[in-house]
Design a binder for this molecule. Structure first.
Ligand SMILES: Nc1ncnc2c1ncn2[C@@H]1O[C@H](COP(=O)(O)OP(=O)(O)OP(=O)(O)O)[C@@H](O)[C@H]1O
Length: 275
């Protein structure tokens, strides 16, 4: 069963310059999908459309639905998207955490869409909810950090808290936009393993944008590759050939990617001499 359906989505930010040139895509329940492609190919724009944070062009007929319920149609937000949004957990850099609040409160906030408004306004959480939040933190290996301020955590830990918040939310789909973009290899591995774990154990559908194809190959089953706002490849990730990767990224960019991976893997044992 498809849980995300996208049809006819075009997006231009300026006249005649399209970030998305007509995207049709269906994502199956329980899949783990890597959205890949060079910088500027439209990955984040597409993710933001799925959450209804960005609207498609109004001129072209289009629809994005989640669990069969429209999020947006013909560039207009559907009037009742609150319930659909509650089923989507966003692990987006810009939405991540409220830095002055504790890690535990940040996770509890994930459950707010499930509690009555008066209680969320007053910030009351039941013992049961607190236990649930601690369990979610346990799953991402951060239970001991529950009472720390979110701002005291590293980038990788913050991404893991965002995943715990999505678990607390009981999200059925997780959209993770570049969750490992600025992380070291060990933190990247932890974040990807957690995403893979909740995909496999809880059956949560995961869509993750990634810059490094190596990580996509290691952790995801399906790849959707965008190039200049169009789908260039959609299929099992092990069927993505090196020729296609060269076409996608260009030889120079692929070399840079490989360089970055090599340098990353050296980092833990590598002491830079002070100048
Ligand atoms: N808010 C915006 N205003 C104007 N142009 C935008 C905006 N958001 C994205 N774009 C443009 O849309 C295109 C796609 O951008 P997008 O961020 O979706 O690419 P991406 O594949 O996620 O890139 P990256 O991997 O570098 O994050 C780019 O040309 C970008 O400059």
């Amino acid at each position: 069963m498809s849980v995300i359906n996208i049809s006819g989505v075009k997006k231009s930010f300026s006249k005649n310059k399209y970030a998305l040139k007509g995207i049709d895509l269906a994502i199956e329940q329980g899949d783990m999908v890597a959205l890949i492609g060079p910088s500027g190919s439209g990955k984040s724009t597409l993710m933001r459309h799925i959450s209804g944070l960005t609207l498609a062009d109004k001129k072209t007929p289009s629809e994005i639905s989640v669990f069969g319920i429209p999020i947006q149609q013909n560039g207009k937000l559907h009037k009742d998207i609150r319930s659909s949004r509650a089923r989507i957990g966003n692990v987006f850099q810009q939405f991540n955490l409220i830095s002055r609040l504790s890690v535990l409160t940040n996770v509890l906030i994930g459950g707010l869409s499930r509690v009555p408004t008066y209680r969320s306004l007053l910030g009351w959480f039941t013992d049961e909810e607190k236990q649930e939040a601690l369990d979610a933190l346990e799953r991402v290996g951060l239970r001991d950090f529950a009472l720390q301020r979110a701002s005291q955590l590293s980038g990788g830990q913050q991404q893991r808290v965002a995943i715990a918040r999505a678990l607390m939310q009981k999200a059925e789909i997780i959209l993770a936009d570049e969750p490992i973009a600025s992380l070291d290899p060990e933190s990247s591995r932890q974040v990807m393993e957690i995403l893979q774990g909740i995909n496999e154990k809880d059956g949560i559908t995961v869509v993750v944008t990634l810059h490094q194809v190596d990580y996509a190959k290691k952790y995801c089953r399906r790849a959707v590759a965008l190039r200049q706002g169009e789908i260039f490849f959609d299929g099992r990730i092990n069927q993505l050939s090196s020729d296609q990767l060269t076409q996608l990224y260009g030889i120079q960019q692929l070399d840079q990617q490989q360089d970055a991976v090599c340098k990353d893997s050296l980092l833990p044992n590598y002491q830079l001499n002070p100048a």
